[in-house]
Each structure stands twice: as C-alpha cells, then as structure tokens.
Design a protein around this ligand. Structure first.
Ligand code: ZN
Ligand code: ZN
Length: 492
C-alpha cells in the first residue's frame, strides 16, 4: 500500500496558500461526476476532486484532525466511483441527498484533505470497492450483509472499535400508539400490544423485533429504524424498556455502523493514527490504489437508440434492453422476449406501456446498488422500466421468461391498481404472468381465499422464505377475488 501526497504545482494557487477548486480540478485528471438534484432539475458535471471536497464538508466532523478528513475523502471518492451507475436512468451519476452522498460548501480543510489524497481509492479485487460509512458505530462496527442482505464482503465485518468508551447513550421515548401509527404507514396492520427485541446479531445490534398484535408480527431492526426515522432512532444498538404505554429506547452510536465510523476516525487521528491505519481499521484488506490503475466496474453498455417501429415490431411495444457484455443473452433477444410478453399481456389486460427500458445486471452488487433491493428480489418494475437480477440467479428461481412476464405484467397493471393494497398489484402480476395467452384473461374457478398479505409482508419481508410465502399468498388472494368479480380492475 503506497500513500503518496499528490502535490499540484502551477496555476490555481490562492494567495493565502489555501487549496482552490482550480487545483482540485487539475488533480481530477479529467475525471468528472455528474451530480443531480434529488428533487429533480438539471445535473451539473463537476471534477471528481471538487465533488469529494464538497461531500467531505457535508459528511465529516467539521473539527476533526486532517488524518480523519483524509481517510474519509478516500472513502467518499471510492463510494462515488462504485456507485457512478446508480442514477443512470435519471441522466446523472449521483444525487445530492442521503440516498447517495450529501455535498455542502467546501472548506479550506476539506479541500486540503481532498488534494492530499487526490486520485486514491480503495479497491477490492482490483476494482473500486463497494463500501459504506456512517457517523458512529457506538463501539462495534456492523457487517454489511446485516443491513443489505447479499452485501457480504470480507472487509465489512463486525469489528470492535475501541474509541467509544466515553460515549453518552441516547434515549428515545415513544408511546405504543405512536409506534403503531408509524408502522401502519410502513404497511403493518393491527393493534400493537407489545414490542420486544427478538434477536440480536453478532455485533449486538437489534436484528429482529417482535410486534405483538401486528401483521406481520416481526420487523428487522434496521427497517424499524428507517420506519420511525433514522435521525429519531439513531442506531440499532439499543435496549427497550416498556412501562405501560411508554416505550423507552436507550442506545449507542448513530447510523448503520457499517464501514468507517466518522467519529471513531476522528478519535483515531487525534491519538496519532495515520490515514493507512484508520483505513485498515475500518476496511481491512482493501488496497489503496491510484484511480488510474483500478479497473472500472462492468457497467452495462449505454442504451442503444430506440428502434424505429417496423412491421415486425408494433409501435406501442418499443423496448430498449441492456445486457452485460458477458451475458449469453444478447440485447436483441431480451427485447424480443419483453416485446412478446408485453403484446401477449396487453391483449389479455387491455392496457399497454411504451417505451419499456429493461436492464439485465451482470452482478448482484450492481443490481442492489441501483435498486436497493435485497438479494432475494428477482426484478423491479417501476413506471416504464424493469431491472432484472443476474441471469444465473433468475435461472435458479423462476427463469428469465417467467420473470420477464411477471415484471411486464406489473408495469401493465400498475396504473389501474395504483390505489390498492400492494398484494393486488403483486398478485395480479404473478397471476397473469402464469396464465397462457389462450385463456384470454378469463377468471379462474373460485377457490378458498387465504388471508391477503399486509403491505409490509411484501415490502419489508425479513427473509427470502417470508417474501416468497407472501407473494404466493398475494397471487392466491388475487385469483380468488378475481374469480368472484371477473374484472381484474375491480379487485381490492
Ligand atoms: Zn442517489
Ligand atoms: Zn466507531
């Protein structure tokens, strides 16, 4: 691991000796970031090191020692490179909200730390590493796979961080009714009688909470934190005490705790640890590499121009597919498959969607980075776009053809069923994907209806098994109601 300060001589030096944006632009060596506003609007293209200095101002502890700033600058730059394809569909690389990284006005300290580490990133197997960082681990870092199922990296594991002994615990008091309201918004049904910690994981964080009286009656710790609000429940390192209607949480740390701990990095730099030591603590085993020497990730090729309508391709069925270069299925083949499914299902359902953009991902990391879904999800259909998990995974599950049919069906029913519970859309998509075009969408024979899944059973499932079970029940539930009404649009 070589760590050489990158010194830029010549133009752009300010009279005070402070690092300027012009110097950071030179140090970027032509590498830029297209930064888009999370709320919509025009994206700006800025040199990568100018971007890093701004994000550092947004994410770092303002008064931390230079070494902590430098370590975080490396993490921010690495994150930017790994996630550059995340907002491709929006026409830019990264957004300016907590979904990606939050930029603020750069300061002399953040520009200095950025220039000192310019062009250096952390690599894993010679590519920019997928990594994370958060404000404070509270004493033990978390493994990535606990927060993002499927993100299982040797360098993002549980590790003790021995700089938190002086931390003051945070507390939060809520009423049972407040928690019940918050969870109802997240798709849970019923009256909350009690809330208990059911499981802790290896880092001591709350892995599962039992929700006595609700459906589903269990929620993952990190999803509970997100449902209540990540700045309200500051971390999942907490205890619960209940006193009548009052539920009191006492916890440590702030954030998911995966990867670099910003507070901890500051304390390490203050006690004299080097940038390399800090990075080795939070990302053990990664290489600090010049950006120019790291391979960029295998992003799918740029979309081809939309094909013009021809006799063999109905105008309403314009489909643009992207596949990884290593894929045995080519883009044309996938486009024909999606077009075929669309035309088939459009006849049955009486609605159509165009154009459709479909992306088949080469790796689960890319699929997860773009969709934010856990490993057990095969496809995401939203608006006019479909994201597909890697082919090898689809083949172990329902197969490419059936996955495509279900995703296309989901796009087609989405508008008409937009104000229904989630099981109606999921159930309809699965149901219509599995019937043959010859049946013409006739309702099935009436059968027994299972209990229809609550929204949270489909959106916040705690495991692959729970997810499949809820989807199967959604399909049976849809089939049963459809049999009664004979009109898919009126199922509710
Ligand atoms: Zn974003
Ligand atoms: Zn820490």
């Amino acid at each position: 691991m070589i760590f050489a300060a990158f010194v830029v001589h010549g133009s752009g030096q300010s009279p005070s000796g402070d690092v300027t944006d012009a110097q950071l632009a030179v140090a970027s060596a032509g590498k830029t970031v297209r930064l888009g506003p999370a709320g919509g609007g025009r994206a700006a293209t800025i040199p990568i090191e100018v971007y890093v200095a701004r994000v550092l101002a947004g994410e770092a502890e303002p008064r931390a020692a230079q070494g902590a700033h430098e370590a975080l600058a490396v993490a921010i730059r690495t994150y930017a490179l790994f996630n550059a394809g995340r907002h491709e569909r929006d026409g830019f690389d990264l957004c300016d909200s907590t979904h990606c990284q939050v930029p603020r006005a750069a300061t002399p300290a953040t520009r200095r730390a950025t220039l000192a580490t310019a062009g250096r990133i952390l690599t894993y197997q010679n590519r920019p590493a997928e990594l994370f960082y958060s404000a404070s681990c509270g004493g033990v870092s978390e493994s990535a796979s606990q927060v993002w199922p499927g993100a299982d990296y040797p360098y993002l594991q549980v590790a003790k961080d021995d700089v938190h002994d002086e931390d003051v615990p945070w507390t939060l008091t809520m009423t049972r009714e407040q928690i019940e309201r918050v969870l109802a918004r997240a798709g849970f049904e019923g009256r909350l009688r009690d809330i208990r910690i059911d499981q802790r994981n290896a880092s001591g964080r709350v892995a599962l909470l039992e929700l006595d009286g609700l459906v589903p009656d269990v929620i993952r710790g990190d999803q509970f934190r997100m449902a209540v609000g990540p700045t309200t429940v500051r971390s999942t390192v907490f205890e619960i005490d209940r006193d009548g209607d009052q539920v009191r949480l006492t916890g440590r740390g702030y954030g998911h705790g995966v990867g670099m701990c910003v507070i901890g990095a500051g304390r390490r730099a203050a006690r004299g640890e080097s940038v390399e030591e800090i990075l080795a603590q939070y990302y053990p085993g990664l290489d600090l590499t010049p950006l120019s020497r790291a391979m960029t990730r295998t992003a799918p090729p740029a979309p081809r121009p939309a094909p013009t309508a021809t006799a063999t391709r109905p105008a309403r069925g314009v489909v643009v597919a992207r596949v990884p270069s290593s894929s045995p299925t080519d883009a044309g083949e996938l486009e024909r498959m999606v077009s075929g499914a669309h035309d088939d299902l459009a006849r049955v359902l009486g609605v159509s969607v165009a154009p459709i953009a479909v992306t088949l991902y080469g790796t689960l990391e890319d699929f997860r980075a773009v969709t934010g879904q856990p490993w057990w999800v095969s496809s995401v259909a939203d608006g006019t776009s479909i994201d597909l998990a890697p082919l090898a995974l689809l083949e172990q599950r329902d197969g490419l053809a059936l996955t495509v049919r279900a995703a296309v069906a989901e796009l087609l029913v989405a508008q008409a069923l937009r104000d229904r519970p989630r099981w109606v859309r999921v159930g309809a998509a699965r149901y219509f994907a599995r019937i043959s075009a010859a049946s013409n969408g006739a309702a099935p024979p009436a059968g027994d209806a299972p209990r229809c899944p609550a929204d949270a059973e489909l959106t916040l499932a705690v495991s692959a098994v729970a997810q499949r079970e809820a989807e199967t029940r959604a399909q049976a539930c849809f089939a049963s109601r459809f049999a009664r009404t004979g009109d898919w649009r009126s199922v509710r």
